[in-house]
Design a protein around this ligand. Sequence first.
Ligand code: PLP
Length: 435
Amino acid sequence: MDDRRRHVPRTDVVLADPRVAAATATLGPRIVKATVAAAQQRVRDGLLPPAEVVDAALADLAALPPGAASLRRVVNATGVVVHTNLGRAPLSAAAVDALVAAAGCTDVEYDLDSGRRAARGRGALAALAEAVPAAGGVHVVNNNAAALLLTTLALCGSAGREVVVSRGELVEIGDGFRIPELIASAGARLREVGTTNRVHLSDYAAAVGTDTAFVLKVHPSNYVVSGFTSQVTVGELAGLGPPVVVDIGSGLLAPHPLLPDEPDAATALADGAALVTASGDKLLGGPQAGLLLGTADLVGRLRRHPAARALRVDKLTLAALEATLRGPRPPVAVMLSADVDSLSARARSLASRLAGTGASAVACVSAVGGGGAPGVELPSAAVALPEWYAAALRRATVPVVGRVHDGHCLLDLRTVDPTDDPTLEAAVRAVHEAR
Ligand SMILES: *Cc1c(COP(=O)(O)O)cnc(C)c1O
């Protein structure tokens, strides 16, 4: 044992090896030191010859994600346009450039002309206001849940005022989080009206009173109630008196021709909503954010509430949001409107280049996902492979996440940027050859 310990290469010597030093420059000293320490331990345990410590540490480092963070770039070939587990909306190149530019010191809260403090995020807020002229005021918080929380805190106060909401709209958004519980956690009382499938204006009218802080309308974004149903429109609710807050979910700012049933901010405001809340990283195609659009008075109250500070977004979000709003169409918009003929042509071309691997081009159906447009089916095209490819492709150098369907691994091209087709091809080929 003592003998082994004496032969363990010294840490400073290993770290000074030029190849190890290069790894330290990209990964940082912590990760590299920990990896070296693990290799030294293997020598002490008699599992590794002392002379192989550097090579072993470098091999371990090469198996790690190629940066200091563990999040990895993946290719979304699931056909789910807004995939929550894969980080929802992929950012546009313009948004990525904007957040890289803002990553260092930036004028997020500073006026370069006067050298004085300036309104934080004014560029992003102006872009949002321009995108939805019907809004008298706009604000951005951490996500849509934060937008609802801030709204409830500001409008219900600590007096436990009521939020009137339909029983058909008590939504669980995912991972066990429920909008009614979120509202209740802010100290408000929920006043449920109607039934799961039907609610009438008279139900709301009977519930509204002096205790009502606002009437909430939540878009059932991840389910559909069909059959014997009835709902009350924003316009009808607006006539009741209290402010109507509409959680549209997906973040469409204006109607989308392919998603006629998906609510949008401009229409909700035109119909009489006092406030609209939405996510930034669903159908808007931007960074995680909560958008608040409404009357100047109401939005002003939200901005001044003490909790607004706890929910505010950072400079990276502001940068990416502004570029999403002002720049070229983000990937989500491009994927949604991708033409099925060009997707089929890509699938055929990939399948022919992958001849011999078991790949074939097939028609398939993609989904909007991410809590948006439930039930909407988008005709698409995929490269179909034997099912076992699914797990192997997830372990590729650039992981490719496909969808298992009917005993096949489908790589749905609607959600794959065409510039990633060669990445996908290389991954399939590598898996085939490694078999
Ligand atoms: C997705 C969604 C939310 C939650 O939004 P986050 O931005 O994830 O906080 C809230 N309400 C509806 C209707 C949604 O679809």
